[in-house]
Design a binder for this molecule. Structure first.
Ligand SMILES: [Fe+2]
Ligand SMILES: [Fe+2]
Length: 274
């Protein structure tokens, strides 16, 4: 089977590009399962239920999030009832919503998706390693789950790489999100887990991590906030990682980066050679 993971959608340009392109990507590359990080989909901050519905209608199977999950307060209300919407699993007990879910792919395979958040340069949270281990004990790869995707939302590459080694051979994919900048270390690790430190964002890369560069730059120059951050509005690059999965083991056999449109696409290796 083939999985596709798309990084944080930032603002209107990022989410529109993803919604418009997803149906053709799914058809052209015969994708069986698609996960999208939607934490910045609504004006750069959080996600609305309407946008969640648009992403699911376009072909996303699961929408993951991160530290911005509840920036739109309506997410507190819809998170518990939207089974395809995940927030980090290591949030404190009692937080609305869920951090993992079990879904059926287009080819009939069962896919466990786990969303977790790092703790280095991030808000203090429960241990993500232990939280993921508990999920995997209940639903091991190759038994209950035909594939397992872990979205690890974090700032520090060291923490992401450590988690990748911790999970190598036990999950299909460990994919970093949150920094909004794609790293070039995508690969299949020694025991068969696909990994990339950060998948990057779907958004306008002529920006500061998706935001119009002027206000962030001003705050570095003079430390006085003058305006709100607003998403950049230029053409978006869709950034993602595709993973070919061995149907018997659930481990990855190949990975391919996806970068379509916008300023990053010209410098990127061709996506998915059949
Ligand atoms: Fe983000
Ligand atoms: Fe984030």
């Amino acid at each position: 089977m083939r999985l596709l993971f798309l990084g944080d959608l930032v603002g209107r340009t990022g989410r529109t590009a993803a919604i418009e392109r997803l149906p053709a990507l799914i058809a052209d590359h015969r994708l069986d399962f698609v996960v999208v990080n939607g934490e910045n989909a609504a004006g750069g901050f959080g996600i609305t239920e309407e946008i969640l519905g648009q992403l699911l209608a376009a072909g996303a199977d699961v929408v993951t999030t991160g530290n911005h999950v509840f920036d739109q307060r309506e997410a507190l209300a819809f998170a518990p009832r939207q089974e395809r919407f995940l927030r980090p699993i290591n949030f404190p007990e009692g937080t609305p919503g869920r951090g993992a879910g079990f879904y059926m792919a287009r080819n009939g395979a069962s896919v466990l998706v786990i969303n977790a958040m790092g703790r280095i340069f991030m808000d203090p949270l429960d241990d993500p390693f232990a939280a993921i281990d508990r999920e995997l004990a209940a639903c091991p790869l190759g038994e209950q789950a035909d594939a397992i995707v872990v979205d690890f939302h974090g700032e520090a590459t060291s923490e992401k790489q450590a988690l990748a080694h911790h999970l190598d051979g036990r999950v299909t994919l460990v994919i970093g999100t949150h920094t909004h900048v794609p790293t070039c270390d995508y690969r299949v690790m020694a025991r068969g887990t696909a990994y990339q430190s950060d998948v990057g964002m779907c958004g306008d890369y002529d920006s500061v991590i998706g935001m119009d560069h002027r206000e962030p730059l001003r705050r570095f120059l003079e430390k006085v906030p003058r305006e709100r951050f607003a998403p950049a509005t230029g053409p978006a690059t869709i950034a993602g990682l595709a993973v070919e999965v061995d149907d018997t083991t659930g481990l990855a056999t190949a990975v391919a980066p996806l970068r379509v449109g916008g300023v990053l696409s010209a410098t990127t290796p061709r996506f998915w050679v059949d």
